[in-house]
Design a binder for this molecule. Structure first.
Ligand SMILES: C[S@@+](CC[C@H](N)C(=O)[O-])C[C@H]1O[C@@H](n2cnc3c(N)ncnc32)[C@H](O)[C@@H]1O
Length: 284
């Protein structure tokens, strides 16, 4: 990945805020230009001169590092839970057999456990699973991959796969595997970063430029609507619902992009879908 300075990043965000709304409010356009001037005038000073040069990690190494800090504040996850938790609550009954696929640190497994489901979490990262096991002692968590889930055909009532299919260049094989393990008329819930959220170069960044763990990243593939629909058709799902959820203004305020010029970041990002949430019914 090429490096970028804080100055370049900030000018980009402010510029996006300008170009999205230039026709609405001339005074706001002036504000954006003044912010850019201010940034450029200070380009030799901290923090503008800080260079971001995060190294890419493959998924196994990346998540072994990210596991330690994964459960920190994350506006995307907040938005996701606001949509997914009511959906799961509507879809499951106590004693339902459910899978948190690519469960990571077990967010959804923990929630499904609180709904009295019989839940299994599967992930390919030992370190993410260790965090999940500590959070939910007695929970069932297994090492495994999305492409080859450790279940018989039709063994489950519901599966949820959150923020993980973005790590696959093509989601079709994993989506088909989810359809295999869920019974006919069962449900699969998919959440994934929305391509619009890639507008500010969103990859799976973790760590920090200022303290503790250095900044690193794992690769995201942003799947378009046509890619999803082809994958769902191949797996014989019917699409029951699709929600494209933007971050709220408060959640945008929590992003690194908002730290220096919050109004410009809001103008840049407000209303842009950050997440797909698909509700799929198994039709085989
Ligand atoms: C961004 S985390 C999401 C974790 C959790 N689902 C959540 O929403 O908090 C992505 C997770 O997907 C897992 N993952 C990525 N590719 C996978 C694959 N092919 N099979 C199993 N797990 C995978 C990673 O190990 C990581 O724990």
């Amino acid at each position: 990945m090429a490096s970028i300075t804080v100055e370049q990043y900030a000018v980009g965000v402010v510029g996006l805020g300008l170009i999205r709304h230039w026709y609405v409010d001339g005074a706001a356009n002036e504000d954006r230009i003044n912010e850019m001037r201010e940034i450029l005038d200070q380009s030799e000073e901290f923090p503008w001169n800080l260079e971001l040069n995060p190294q890419e990690r493959d998924l196994i190494e990346g998540y072994s590092e990210w596991a330690k800090i994964y459960d920190g504040p994350n506006p995307l996850i907040e938005t996701e839970e606001q949509v997914v938790q009511p959906l799961l609550r509507r879809l499951v009954k106590p004693q339902a057999r459910v899978l948190d696929a690519a469960c990571g640190t077990g967010r959804h497994a923990q929630f499904l456990d609180s709904l009295e489901c019989i839940c299994v979490g599967v992930d390919q990262s030992i370190e993410m699973l260790d965090v999940a096991k500590n959070k939910l002692p007695g929970g069932r968590f297994e090492l495994g991959t999305l492409e080859r889930l450790p279940f018989e055909d039709n063994e489950l009532d519901l599966a949820v796969v959150s923020l993980a299919l973005c790590h696959l260049s093509d989601p079709t094989a994993a989506v088909t595997e989810l359809a295999r393990v869920v019974r006919p008329d069962g449900t699969v819930v998919v959440t994934d970063p929305h391509p619009s959220s890639g507008i500010i170069g969103g990859q799976g960044f973790y760590g920090s430029i200022t303290e503790g763990q250095p900044m690193r990243w794992v690769r995201n593939h942003y799947h378009s609507a046509s890619t999803w629909l082809r994958a769902f058709r191949a797996a014989q799902f019917s699409v029951e619902d699709c929600i494209e959820a933007p971050l709220s203004d408060e959640q945008i305020a929590g992003l690194p992009a908002s730290m220096l010029y919050p109004e410009a970041a809001l103008a840049a990002l407000s209303g842009i879908p950050s997440l797909w949430v698909w509700e799929l019914r198994v039709q085989k």
